[in-house]
Write a protein that binds this ligand. Structure first.
Ligand SMILES: [Zn+2]
Length: 491
């Protein structure tokens, strides 16, 4: 039995969890698979049918079962166990020594296998009919296809450190709390319960906020604007160099026609927070622009912004993911902009219990299931093949680091040799557990500065991590009976 899901070279989920009595109280096993191990001399052996028990906190071997699956056990004069392969051609051997009356194995390593060599795609079944957005009825499959042979920790990294619940909705059993970047990157957070009369019509209401970030991003950004559609929770982010009224207006002129065309309808309300950055000159420019187009600018007052903090809380969710992604990859802080675009893309693709049938914002907005099989670990080493444009002969591979996606077939990478971001890369090979050394980023401006995001305006110290996904935190269910607390605002 092991609590390490990432140990399995293959894995099958039990239909219902199996109860195991007598160890650490009662445990549950959720599935089983094979684990390949090696001894101190690098001899390999496959331990068959190991059970996955996330609550165990470690691994234990049953002597009876190791015998069933090809290991001979003997005991020496000091009463230490020796395990050898039952295969006479194998010299696989490890020893257990006794510590505190318990046999402990210290010289056995689990072999990391390359998930890309396994391509068993198990299609997620479950076809259902759901009502999406403006009353369109469509036959939908609930979740994106996932490759079940990919270890859950690796999926957690590919999904920008997504929390347990959306991963479970994707059919991935994941136990959080052991991922260091998550522990370090996520602030304690407890969003305020806000009763929202939620519309089910796309673009009936969009929440927006502007958030400052330092240091300057690689593309010279110092702020980002976020837009969140109330009906579908679809989220857009734009990175901007300043928060001047003309810059904000420029983004609105880009974003508005795009979303109205996609939704096939017009924006009705846009809600911004009076305590935020939509104020002063920006407000005087933005409000008339919206009014000319028949869009109502709802500005929550400073003292009621806790009931509006949707965009603000989305900022926090996204920046938590960004922090964890930056920590995992060791990328310098100026790559926060690339990480933020990646985080938004992932949040849009994660299923959420805040939407009917646990679909993703992407599916609610576009009506199609998003692809996630192309997602890779942000910031990992990747090789980009350079093919000679005329002869079509591959001339070399450049060692780069992976920065995000353009559509579902093209990637963005940072090339340390030229100190440039290269976009629309197609032929990319990823090494997901390797990251470029710090010295590769010597030419990145402000690479030595820490990532800083101001404290959220609505902030509580309680912890909330249990059984929530990113979006249910943002959008409490309608008719919630939870009382709305009166929250004193921080200045
Ligand atoms: Zn994590």
């Amino acid at each position: 039995m092991t609590s390490h899901r990432e140990f399995f070279s293959n894995y099958d989920e039990f239909d219902t969890p199996v109860e195991i009595h007598g160890i650490n109280g009662n445990l549950q096993a959720y599935g089983y698979g094979d684990v390949i191990v090696k001894d101190v001399r690098n001899n390999q052996h496959t331990l068959l049918a190991i059970w996955y028990t996330p609550e165990l906190d470690g691994s234990i071997l049953s002597k009876y079962w190791t015998k069933q699956y090809g290991l001979r056990t003997t005991m020496d004069d000091h009463e230490n166990f020796h395990f050898r392969s039952a295969d006479p051609t194998s010299t696989f051997h490890f020893t257990a020594t006794t510590i505190d009356k318990i046999s402990v194995i210290t010289d056995l390593d689990v072999i990391e296998y390359n998930p890309d060599s396994l391509t068993v795609i198990v299609p997620a079944a479950m076809a259902a009919t759901a009502v999406i957005g403006t009353g369109t009825t469509a036959a939908v499959t609930k979740t994106p296809k996932i490759n079940r042979s990919v270890p859950s920790q690796l999926m957690h990294l590919r999904l920008g450190h997504a929390s347990e619940k959306p991963m479970r909705l994707l059919g991935i059993s994941y136990k959080s709390g052991k991922c260091h970047p998550c522990i370090m990157g996520k602030q304690s957070q407890k969003p305020f319960p806000a009763v929202i009369e939620k519309s089910s019509i796309k673009l009936f209401r969009v929440y927006s906020d502007i958030c400052p970030v330092t240091p300057e991003s690689f593309g010279h950004g110092l702020y980002f604007i976020v837009f969140v559609d109330e009906a579908t929770y679809y989220t857009w982010v734009y990175i901007i160099p300043n928060k001047s009224s003309s810059t904000v207006l420029e983004i609105l002129k880009l974003w508005l026609p795009l979303v109205e065309r996609q939704a096939g309808t017009s924006l009705i309300n846009i809600r911004t927070d009076g305590g935020g950055e939509y104020k002063g000159e920006t407000l005087h420019t933005v409000t008339p622009f919206l009014a000319e187009r028949g869009i109502n600018h709802e500005q929550t007052s400073l003292y009621s912004s806790s009931s509006n903090g949707v965009a603000e809380r989305m900022n926090r969710t996204l920046m938590n993911m960004v922090r964890s992604m930056i920590l995992t990859s060791g990328l310098p802080a100026p790559f926060w902009g690339e990480a933020l675009h990646t985080a938004a893309k992932i949040v849009n693709r994660l299923p959420t219990s805040a939407l009917l049938d646990n679909i993703s914002p992407h599916q609610a907005w576009f009506g199609v299931i998003p692809k996630i099989s192309h997602l890779r670990v942000f910031g990992c080493v990747c090789f980009v093949k350079i093919t000679h444009p005329i002869t079509k002969v591959q001339t070399r591979s450049d060692r780069c680091c992976f920065l995000g996606y353009e559509g579902t077939t093209q990637y963005r990478v940072y090339d340390p040799t030229s100190n440039k971001i290269r976009s629309k890369m197609r032929d990319v090979t990823f090494i997901e557990d390797e990251f470029l050394p710090r010295k590769a980023f010597l030419h990145v401006p402000y690479a030595d500065r820490p990532l800083q995001v101001p404290e959220p305006r609505n902030y509580s110290e309680e912890d909330d991590e249990l059984d929530k996904d990113e979006l249910t935190e943002l959008f409490p269910k309608i008719n919630s009976s939870a009382p709305v607390p009166i929250i004193p605002l921080l200045p």
